[in-house]
Design a protein around this ligand. Structure first.
Ligand code: SF4
Length: 367
């Protein structure tokens, strides 16, 4: 059997589920993942339905679009509406996420030149094609996408290109959740694609300093079920160590070239996360040596006070895994993908959006 097929093989997944049911300790266990793709796989394959009632997998702050604070969207909106020479480029997922007053889609409706791109290189290409315009790339994403931004900046794009940086780093926000007075979960499933870049070492902190069972997992149903099994086993034995379940992609040292690029172009600073607040050393800012490509320095955008959440929206609780979308009173009522009240319903990686899409048919392949 092909490797990719084996990782989706229903019998293998059910075998692991059976072992989890047999070996899970009697107490209630919560396992947090921090990745929109993991949530997508869990929901698509109905994996929660295979777990015993006392083992719950919850979603943490794993949607890179959802955690961009309203203030940074306001900066992009202000820039494109106030400076007629600016062409603002960003990923499609970011387009409809609400800022304090407007989303980028609404800014476009008001005349702002907002364009959706598939990659930072598309934005650089637009800058080459439109030398009289100022092309700004609104750069969002975790360690997985930041190296591509770094690579373009390092390669010396045209002078009419700049970056409005909103990149965030995953391990610092995981550590912030560890500091919550009463940690409300029992294990971490870490995103395999982030680990592909940064390696395994940054995730060792959680078992070693916080006695938190931690597994780096891939993106197939079997990967996730095996990760749950490792955590259940560690909790049952009162142990905590790091398991790299995604060895077929993740090396201990990560991707040295990508790490060198990140270090060359960015410095790590404190960052504000929507619904979560300030997270120490969790954001990337262009270094002084690349300031000519820093849209904040270039345009000196000023924004007034911002508001992250509309009244009644519980994205702050969704993003920290304290609530599931169906526990939000607005879910599938006032709040749907057509009428999103918060960022978690807009992005295809947002937990509310994923739960909305899979409601009613959560057990697609495996049952
Ligand atoms: S369902 Fe809508 S209102 Fe409720 S938390 Fe999610 S995005 Fe916010």
């Amino acid at each position: 059997m092909e490797v990719s097929k084996a990782y989706r093989d229903r019998r293998l997944v059910e075998k692991v589920a059976e072992a989890i049911r047999k070996e899970a300790p009697p107490q209630r266990l919560k396992i947090m993942h921090v990745c929109g793709t993991h949530e997508q796989v869990i929901s698509h394959y109905g994996l929660r339905s295979l777990l015993p009632d006392n083992v719950e997998v919850i979603a943490g702050p794993g949607c890179p679009v959802c955690v961009v604070p309203a203030r940074e969207i306001d900066e992009a909106v202000t820039l494109v509406l106030q400076r007629s020479e600016v062409m603002l480029t960003t990923f499609g997922d970011m387009y409809r996420v609400p800022g304090t007053h407007l989303s980028l889609a609404e800014a476009r409706a008001q005349g702002g030149d907002v364009r959706i791109v598939y990659s930072v290189s598309d934005a650089v290409k637009l800058a080459e094609e439109h030398p009289s315009r100022q092309v700004v790339f609104f750069a969002i994403g975790f360690e997985t996408t930041a190296p591509t931004t770094a690579s373009e900046v390092f390669n010396g794009p045209p002078r009419n290109f700049s970056v409005l940086t909103s990149h965030r780093l995953i391990p610092p926000v995981m550590e912030l959740l560890m500091g919550v007075a009463e940690t409300y979960f029992d294990g971490f499933i870490c995103p395999g694609h982030v680990a592909t870049i940064i390696g395994t070492k940054p995730f060792k902190l959680f078992p070693e300093a916080y006695h938190m069972p931690t597994v780096i997992a891939g993106f197939e149903p079997l990967d996730i079920m095996v990760a749950v099994k490792h955590i259940v086993d560690q909790v049952a034995r009162n142990e905590a160590y790091l398991v790299n379940e995604y060895k077929r992609m993740v090396k201990e040292q990560g991707n040295p070239r990508a790490l060198r690029l990140l270090e060359e172009v960015f410095e790590v600073v404190d960052g504000y996360w929507r619904g979560i607040g300030r997270v120490p050393l969790s954001a990337l800012r262009l270094k002084e040596s690349y300031v000519e490509y820093d849209a904040r320095a270039k345009f000196n955008v000023e924004v007034k006070a911002s508001r992250d959440l509309k009244p009644g929206c519980s994205c702050h609780l969704i993003l920290t895994g304290k609530l599931t979308p169906n526990e939000c009173p607005l879910f599938d009522k006032a709040c749907t993908p057509r009428t999103p009240q918060g960022p978690c319903m807009v992005s295809s990686e947002g937990t509310c959006n994923i739960w909305y899409r899979y409601r009613g048919y959560p057990q697609k392949y495996l049952r």
